[in-house]
Design a protein around this ligand. Structure first.
Ligand code: SAM
Length: 221
């Protein structure tokens, strides 16, 4: 990792066009993965509240709206261009989506407000400390029966250590804040530990594919 990484928002602004096609090409089971994200969600016509962290072009929203047709979604992303693609993809749901351009690391979340918080392929850019703090914030934002669903890359414990060591070298040398595009996914066990440390009462892995290095974890308040 020798070159200075790009700022996160610029990285995704530059790749918003063609992002969905790229993701389809990268993951053999793209459709079934995104379907699994909404699997734990209980079907209802009620206007339940959903917070989507790093929503990007909204790939996870298709399955969410199928199960929650009247959901009120707060969709947060740093990248204006990714949010623009989301708006193009969901014209009939725009009245139900509050789009917020900014960082979920610093934006405040309403307390005890959301039925579901979801995040897909966004948190593998952050260190364990940053994630733990975010998980605590997510837990506080959920209602007592609320659920956090995260889908993301996971790697082996050895790879986690290696990527983190590379990242730490880079940070001390070049980077001044957290919002750079660097991939530092955790192992599945680290993910589970972080969610438990943040105070979630029950943490379940509902999907794990070692070959695709992908997992979906559900955490209950
Ligand atoms: C790989 S994309 C995933 C998008 C979408 N969730 C999906 O699964 O297709 C990661 C997204 O997270 C966003 N992101 C990364 N860090 C963020 C932060 N701190 N706050 C808000 N959005 C962030 C990026 O701008 C990007 O759109």
């Amino acid at each position: 990792m020798s070159e200075k990484p790009e700022e996160m928002s610029k990285f995704f602004d530059d790749r918003a066009t063609g992002y969905d096609e790229h993701m389809h090409g990268m993951f053999q089971d793209f459709d079934s993965f995104y379907k699994k994200i909404s699997k734990p969600i209980i079907v209802t016509e009620k206007p339940v509240k959903v917070l989507d962290l790093g929503c990007g072009t909204g790939n996870q929203l298709k399955g969410i709206f199928q199960k929650l047709p009247n959901a009120r979604v707060t969709a947060i992303d740093l990248s204006e261009e990714m949010l623009g693609k989301l708006k193009e993809k969901y014209p009939s749901y725009l009245k139900q989506i509050e789009i917020v351009q900014g960082s979920y690391l610093t934006l405040p979340f309403s307390a005890c407000f959301y039925d579901y918080v979801v995040s897909v392929y966004s948190l593998h850019h952050f260190t364990k400390d940053v994630k733990r703090t975010l998980y605590e914030k997510i837990k506080k934002s959920l209602k007592p029966e609320g659920m956090y669903i995260e889908g993301d890359c996971v790697v082996s414990a050895d790879m986690e250590a290696q990527l983190l060591a590379n990242y730490q070298q880079l940070v001390t040398k070049e980077l001044s804040n957290d919002l750079y595009h660097v991939d530092i996914p955790c192992s599945l066990q680290t993910q589970i530990n972080l969610l438990q440390d943040a105070g979630f009462s029950k943490v379940d892995v509902i999907y794990h594919d070692e070959d695709e290095e992908a997992a979906i974890i559900v955490a209950q308040v």
